[in-house]
Design a binder for this molecule. Structure first.
Ligand code: CA
Length: 507
C-alpha cells in the first residue's frame, strides 16, 4: 500500500512538473503595435529598492519580471518628474526625474530592461498646468506683479479681473488655476509654450519612451471642446512627427459624446470612463437581468465611440475608488469576472497597480494610492503610504501568497492577460455576434484579424453552468478562464461552461 502511494505521488509530481514546465516554455509573441495590456504605476507606493521606503524607478526595474510574467505589455507611469507634491501632478522640471524616484540613468536602465521584455513605457504628460514653484511661473508672477518684462508672463494666463477658475494674487491681479492655486494653467495658445511641449516630448522619445498619457485634456481650454480638440490634434500630430507610432492616450473625464468628438483629433485612445468603476457598464453587466445583451452593447459601443481608434478600457485608476471595494470586498468571483469582461474588449485594457490582487481604497486620493502589497507576511516590503492616507487595509493577500494560489485574483488576471496576448484577435478583431449561440446568460462573439478567426463564449450566469451547441461551427480547440476555478469541457460540439467562465475557441 505504501509503495502504491509513493508511485502515485511520483506520478502526480511528474504530472504537475510537466504542467509547470509546459507553462514556462510557452512563448507568446507580443505583437509590435499599440494594442496593449497596460499596467498603471504610482512609483512612490510601488517598490522601494534603497531602503528609504519610498518606491523608486530601480524598484520598478526589479519587478519587471513580475510585470512581464503577469502579461502586461506596457507601463503607464504617473508623473515621475521633480515636483513638490506627493502625487507629482505639479511639475517643476519636465526634463528630469524626481530625486526620490531616482535619476535619468535609472530611467534609461528601466526602459532598456522593459523593452527587452516587450514592455512599452508610457509617461504622464501634464501640460495643462505646471507647479506654481516651476521657475517659469516664479519668474512670470514676479514680473507680472512688479510690472517688469518677462517672456514667461505670456506662458500663463494672467488677468486684471476676477474670473471663475482664477486665483487672486493681489488687488486686480489674477492667474488661471483650474485645479488648485499651486497648479497655474499654461497659455497653450502661446507658440513658445507649444514649442517647449514639443521639446519635452522629443526629450523623452529620444530616451526611448513609447507614448504619453495626456492629463486633464478637458481643462486645456475649459468649456471649449473645439479648442481642446484642436490642441489635442496638435499634440498628436507633433508626437507622430517625432515618432511615427508614438501612442497617445488622453484623460477626458467626461461623457461618451464629448469623447467621441475628441477622437477627431486623431489621438489613439481616450479612457472610457462610462465603462469604468462600480456604476459603469462593465460592472453593471454583473447586476442586470440580461447580461448577455448588455455586454454585447458595451463591446459595440466601445468601438463606435472610438471611430476606428483604440478603446482604452479600465475598471479603476488613481483618481477613483478601487474596484474591489466598489463591487464588494468579499465578492471575490465578481471582482475576478469584472476583469475578465474588461479583458474581452477590443483595444487596450488598463490595470491600476494592486487591482490585480484586489486591493481596496476609497475616499481621499491618498487612500487610493497606498503601498503595493508584495508579501502579506513581510511588512518590510511595504512602501510608506502617502502622508495624508487615512485608511490602508488589505482584504486579500499579497503578491507572493496569491502567486502560490491557483484560485487567486492575481492568477485570474494573469490568465486573462495571457489570453489577450496569445489571441491577438481579442484586442484587434472585427466582431461578429452569433445569435444562434447566444442567450440571456451566454454571449458568443467571433473576432477576426488578419485572416484568422476565434470565438469567444462567455457565461454570465453567476451560479449555473451553461451548455452551448457549437456543432454547426468549425472550432476545434478550446481554452477557458473560470472565476470559480471550475472545469469547462468541449466535446462533440457541446461546450459546457461553469458559472462566470470565459472560453476562447480556435479552428
Ligand atoms: Ca526608495
Amino acid at each position: 500500500m505504501k509503495q502504491i502511494k509513493i508511485i502515485l505521488l511520483a506520478i502526480l509530481l511528474s504530472l504537475s512538473l510537466t504542467g509547470c514546465s509546459k507553462n514556462k516554455e510557452e512563448k507568446i509573441e507580443i505583437i509590435d503595435d499599440n494594442y496593449r495590456n497596460v499596467y498603471e504605476i504610482f512609483v512612490a507606493s510601488f517598490k522601494d529598492s534603497d531602503g528609504d521606503r519610498i518606491g523608486d524607478l530601480n524598484g520598478v526595474t526589479e519587478e519587471l519580471d513580475y510585470i512581464q510574467d503577469m502579461g502586461y505589455t506596457a507601463i503607464w507611469f504617473m508623473p515621475i518628474h521633480p515636483s513638490p507634491s506627493y502625487h507629482k501632478y505639479d511639475v517643476t522640471d519636465y526634463y528630469d526625474i524626481d530625486s526620490s524616484f531616482g535619476t535619468l540613468e535609472d530611467f534609461d536602465k528601466l526602459i532598456t530592461e522593459a523593452h527587452k521584455r516587450d514592455i512599452h513605457i508610457i509617461l504622464d504628460l501634464v501640460v495643462n498646468h505646471t507647479s506654481s514653484s516651476h521657475p517659469w511661473f516664479v519668474d512670470a508672477k514676479k514680473a507680472y506683479l512688479s510690472g517688469q518684462h518677462s517672456d514667461y508672463v505670456d506662458w500663463y494666463n494672467f488677468s486684471t479681473s476676477a474670473k471663475s477658475g482664477f486665483t487672486k494674487i493681489s488687488e486686480g491681479k489674477y492667474y488661471e488655476a483650474r485645479f488648485v492655486d499651486s497648479m497655474p494653467d499654461l497659455n497653450l495658445d502661446n507658440e513658445e509654450v507649444r514649442n517647449e511641449i514639443r521639446n519635452i516630448m522629443q526629450f523623452w522619445i529620444e530616451r526611448g519612451v513609447d507614448g504619453f498619457r495626456l492629463d486633464a485634456t478637458t481643462s486645456y481650454y475649459t468649456g471649449d471642446n473645439a479648442a481642446n480638440t484642436e490642441f489635442l490634434k496638435w499634440i498628436n500630430d507633433t508626437a507622430k512627427e517625432l515618432k511615427e507610432d508614438c501612442y497617445i492616450v488622453g484623460e477626458a473625464w467626461t461623457d461618451d459624446n464629448t469623447i467621441t468628438g475628441y477622437y477627431d483629433s486623431g489621438v489613439d485612445s481616450f479612457f472610457h470612463f462610462s465603462m469604468s468603476q462600480s456604476e459603469g457598464t462593465i460592472v453593471k453587466t454583473l447586476k442586470v437581468s440580461a447580461p448577455s445583451s448588455n455586454f454585447k452593447n458595451a463591446l459595440q459601443k466601445a468601438l463606435s465611440i472610438t471611430k476606428g481608434h483604440i478603446p482604452a478600457i479600465f475598471l479603476d485608476n488613481h483618481d477613483v475608488n478601487r474596484i474591489a471595494g466598489g463591487i464588494g470586498r468579499s465578492q471575490r468571483e465578481r471582482i475576478k469576472f469584472a476583469y475578465g469582461l474588461a479583458g474581452m474588449f477590443n483595444g487596450c485594457v488598463y490595470t491600476y497597480y494592486g487591482t490585480e490582487i484586489g486591493m481596496v481604497g476609497s475616499g481621499k486620493d491618498e487612500n487610493k494610492r497606498i503601498a503595493m502589497l508584495w508579501d502579506s507576511e513581510d511588512e518590510s516590503t511595504l512602501c510608506k503610504n502617502p502622508s495624508g492616507a487615512t485608511s490602508a487595509d488589505y482584504v486579500y493577500e499579497g503578491v507572493k501568497q496569491q502567486q502560490a494560489d491557483a484560485d487567486s485574483i492575481l492568477n485570474y488576471h494573469k490568465a486573462i492577460n495571457r489570453l489577450r496576448n496569445k489571441y491577438p484577435q481579442i484586442a484587434r478583431g472585427e466582431m461578429n455576434f452569433l445569435t444562434a449561440q447566444t442567450s440571456q446568460y451566454v454571449l458568443s462573439v467571433e473576432k477576426s484579424w488578419e485572416d484568422t478567426t476565434i470565438l469567444i463564449v462567455i457565461n454570465f450566469n453567476e451560479e449555473e453552468s451553461e451548455s452551448v451547441d457549437l456543432s454547426e461551427l468549425e472550432y476545434k480547440s478550446m481554452e477557458y478562464v473560470s472565476a470559480y476555478n471550475e472545469e469547462a469541457t468541449f466535446k462533440d460540439g457541446e461546450l459546457i461552461l461553469p458559472a462566470y467562465t470565459i472560453a476562447v475557441l480556435s479552428k
